[in-house]
Design a protein. Structure first.
Length: 93
């Protein structure tokens, strides 16, 4: 199953979900959690690094606006979100 997370086309598909601007919260949160697996991997394949650095604008915009739900404050969710934002920004520099 781990290899599934490393596949280039899988990452591209999840980024496409982010880039469509789909407002369905469950799609955004699922994509957020899924992409977190790619970003948290310290041994990211070169292709994954390239994809993440080339497609950073829309995911960063969506991440800044993403919340766990109305009136809900989830500390773990916010920490994960901040980690993803920092890693994406680090890959692009």
């Amino acid at each position: 199953m781990f290899f599934f997370f490393l596949k280039k086309y899988t990452l591209q598909h999840k980024i496409l979900l982010w880039r469509t601007g789909d407002d369905y919260v469950f799609v955004l949160i699922f994509s957020h959690m899924f992409i977190q697996v790619f970003i948290a991997n310290p041994n990211k394949p070169r292709e994954v690094k390239i994809i993440l650095s080339k497609n950073q604008e829309k995911p960063l915009e969506l991440l800044h606006n993403l919340s766990p739900g109305k009136g809900s404050e989830d500390e773990q969710f916010e920490e994960g979100k901040e980690f993803i934002i920092k890693e994406i920004e680090r890959l692009s520099s």
